[in-house]
Design a protein around this ligand. Sequence first.
Ligand SMILES: Cc1cc2nc3c(=O)[nH]c(=O)nc-3n(C[C@H](O)[C@H](O)[C@H](O)COP(=O)(O)OP(=O)(O)OC[C@H]3O[C@@H](n4cnc5c(N)ncnc54)[C@H](O)[C@@H]3O)c2cc1C
Length: 536
Amino acid sequence: MTEFSARTRAANLQRMRDEALDVLVVGAGIVGAGVARDAACRGFATALVDRGDFAGGTSGKTSRLVHGGLRYLRNYRFGLVRRAVRERDLLLRNAPGLVRPLPFLIPSYADRGPGRTLLRFGLFVYDFLSREKTLPRRSWLSPEEALEREPQITAEGLAGAGLYYDAWTDDSRLVLAVVQDAAEAGAVVANHVQVEGLTRKEDRVVGARLRDAMTGDSFTTSSRFVVNATGVWLDDLRSARSTSTIRPTKGIHIFVPRSRIGNRHALALTAKRDGRVVFVLPWGDLALVGTTDTDFRGDPNQVLPDVGDVAYLLDTANATFPTAHLGPEDVVSAYAGLRPLLRKGRAKAESDISRDHAIFEDRDGLISVTGGKLTTHRSMAEEVGGLLARRLGRPQAIVTRDRPLGPPIRPLEEFTDLGFDEESALHLQRRYTPEQVRRHLGAPSATERLVPARPHTWVEVEIAVHEEMAMTLGDVLVRRLGSFYETPDQGVLVAGAVAERIGGLLAWDSTRTDREIRAHEDLVRVHQAFRVDHGG
Ligand SMILES: Cc1cc2nc3c(=O)[nH]c(=O)nc-3n(C[C@H](O)[C@H](O)[C@H](O)COP(=O)(O)OP(=O)(O)OC[C@H]3O[C@@H](n4cnc5c(N)ncnc54)[C@H](O)[C@@H]3O)c2cc1C
């Protein structure tokens, strides 16, 4: 794909007004993006819209893991884990630029964490469930071997450690790749378009009323089926229901300087406070620490990390890495997301709530899909695609299992040869093809960094606008580049310059440019409130 821009979006909105669709997918998180990709690959006339940006909801606020969920074995969820492990293996094979192997260490301590026998058995089962055996096998480390690999973890009470492999990704960019592949397969896609309501004929859903958030224009689109993939907002579109489908739980993450923790691998730690698993993941020179899991009853549009959430993660990291001495002032950034978990059964603890997915077909024909994980989106989408094929009277087919996703990995020199320093080249290698980068090298300061301390370069802003449908400053800084997460100012210092650049490309006037900058500053302010809470 080359152009995927504001112009593409405008043309797509016109098509949504003019053309009759087979399927309208509402919500471009990983689930909606996956459904649109599956449906378009089957040849259905498909459209995908999101009221915000792609991955602007939960899918852009994850632990960034593509994993089977080892911990669910504790609850004997073998089917769930097997499915996720197999989807992980498929993503490693089909999306090698986006999804990378990640070695994990699980330390076992006398006073916390899984016992040695249970852990060894769990890791055996985890390996066993992987059919493709793409990743190296697990091994068991003695306390000495564990300390050799992770010298900064506390030796006191260490009984050994399990070493195994899962995978990591950039969640927002994974969603973007799925959206772009859906478009490549023929889906008509637009971000910043809200479904205000569904249209019905004789009690059957026959389309939706859409509102373009960029212009304020509203219009109607007609579609034989509507798929509701709106995550924690699922019930907003379903006809009046007495009980809610979703029981959202909140999970937060923090980025801290990796040099302070000193972790070399990813680690799955056990929180002393409540025995929950907390990940410490390498992210370049940062470490990503998460997550929490607490019931959430507030407004899903206002979910933020608070002082207690941050303290819990810091305490857990400090307990295993005693020299880290991390405090709130060390946090580079923090973010929060809501898990769209299914309300069923009588699970008491948040972490016991089912991670299954479900597909609901309402009497008015609306199909809703939710639950699951970033990792399992493809197989969820395949199920929805199969259901749509039945309802549309089209043949059944498996269309995405072997389909490549995202850029293939190209040699680093192909990027350094374009004039990028090695760190920036490495950063680009995971995101783009050299041809894509070359197309925008004529832009001002293309090979220069936005800020000296981070690898992001100006060429990425150009690509975001021309080829990734970035429409706002937040689309660029938060989800396309991710620089929002990686500096303590969260992009505020470059916001003006980046907004000017985007504004030049998208013909913003000064009022719009100022509005974008203020919106970014506001976003940063609310994400830093946990510091103020702490009097810091
Ligand atoms: C803290 C945390 C960590 C996690 N970590 C992992 C992990 O490491 N690995 C993993 O596999 N899974 C992980 N998950 C689970 C995974 O993130 C979710 O299951 C998944 O992202 C849900 O995707 P979704 O598409 O259903 O929802 P969302 O991503 O929330 O997408 C729903 C979309 O619908 C849009 N929308 C809502 N209403 C409308 C409307 N009226 N019109 C148009 N658009 C609308 C929203 O803007 C939103 O973009 C994690 C979840 C959380 C919360």
